[in-house]
Design a binder for this molecule. Structure first.
Ligand code: NDP
Ligand code: OXD
Length: 308
């Protein structure tokens, strides 16, 4: 019998206990899933960065670490980790991100705030059609590509940017520094869905934010440190950017005294853009355990050198 350690926050365990047991059984694996186990006896580690495991050295016979999170910036650099690391690619997580991004893009596209905040004069402002609105997505991975396609299906003019060149139907996809400059220059609404890596930290600095069209809106459900906080505040305060909707921050929870709180041009959501969904994620984890046992390559392995 295999031993699978569930190394996430205690409060997550009741949500995962049954779906994980079911998915593992359905994958034909005989395993006990435990929240505490002798590290020397653990075969697979189901991991979240806010869980109890930091030192992987005692897990001498473990075959892989299976992250419950899509973003792996906290574990990828861990020097004690010498095992294959798979990140979370979960259809439920992607569905949630598509809904968050589409909802927030439509809010700004339609100018909904004008009415939510209680308009007292009858002065109609007709928004353009989606086909006339340019939305850009930085990061065209599992989540960015799903959002790009959902927005394109609503007729938005969608462009995107990734590290390596890509082809996505209906999306103007670019890469490289020149590709970034062109993507930013036409982004009336910019969605950042990049992982946090050495290359993406502070990617949206003062210079790059200044390339956005006047009044552009920034939506960031990727990682907080991809944006230079001070440069963002300056761009908003000087009126160059219209609004920022931020779900992720350098420090979470966002500290009480942080200037983002209460800023009239910033909407804060507390890292809720998309959650890993136990039913669908458990099936992904079970499939990777099955693969490990069958000697097949793991799905969604992290490129530790690239950091994502
Ligand atoms: P993927 O690894 O599938 O995609 C990452 C994308 O970013 C890829 O297109 C990749 O390019 C691109 N990228 C990476 N580095 C660079 C770079 N230096 N320059 C240009 N492009 C780059 O990740 P996901 O789509 O699954 O997730 C994205 C991020 O979303 C996660 O890392 C996490 O931080 C965040 N997230 C946030 C959640 C929330 O609730 N707020 C929930 C889940 C995830 P290429 O295609 O060439 O590899
Ligand atoms: C993730 C996240 O990376 O929730 O999965 O941010």
């Amino acid at each position: 019998m295999l031993t699978v350690l569930f190394a996430a926050k205690d409060e997550r365990w009741p949500h995962y206990r049954d779906p994980l047991a079911r998915a593992i059984a359905e994958a034909g694996i005989v395993a006990q899933v435990m929240t505490k186990a002798d590290p020397a006896l653990v075969d697979y580690i189901v991991f979240a960065p806010n869980g109890p495991v930091y030192d992987f050295a005692p897990f001498k016979r473990a075959k892989a670490v299976l992250s419950l999170w899509a973003g792996v910036e906290k574990i990828a650099p861990n020097p004690t980790l010498r095992l294959p690391l798979a990140r979370m690619v979960d259809p439920g997580l992607a569905e949630g991100m598509v809904e968050y991004v589409t909802g927030h893009v439509l809010r700004h596209h339609l100018g909904i705030d004008r009415y939510v905040h209680g308009l007292r004069d009858w002065s109609p402002a007709v928004p353009p059609l989606a086909r006339e609105r340019r939305v850009a997505i930085l990061g065209l991975g599992e989540l960015g590509a799903a959002c790009a396609q959902a927005l394109a299906a609503l007729n938005f003019r969608v462009s995107g940017w990734s590290r390596r060149p890509k082809t996505l139907p209906g999306i103007l996809a670019r890469s490289g520094e020149e590709g970034l400059v062109r993507t930013l220059a036409e982004a009336e609404i910019l969605v950042a869905l990049l992982p946090l890596t050495a290359e993406t930290e502070n990617l949206l600095d003062a210079r790059r934010l200044s390339l956005l069209p006047q009044g552009a809106v920034l939506i960031n459900p990727g990682r907080g440190a991809v944006i230079d906080d001070a440069a963002l505040l300056a761009a908003l305060d000087e009126g160059r950017l219209g609004h920022a909707t931020l779900d992720v921050f350098r420090e979470e929870p966002l500290p009480q005294g942080h200037p983002f709180w209460g800023h009239p041009k910033i909407t804060i959501t507390p890292h809720v853009a998309a959650e890993t969904r136990p039913e669908t994620a458990s099936r992904v984890i079970a499939e990777n355990i099955r693969r490990g046992e069958a000697g097949e390559p793991f799905l969604y392995l992290v490129d530790r050198a690239a950091g994502y």
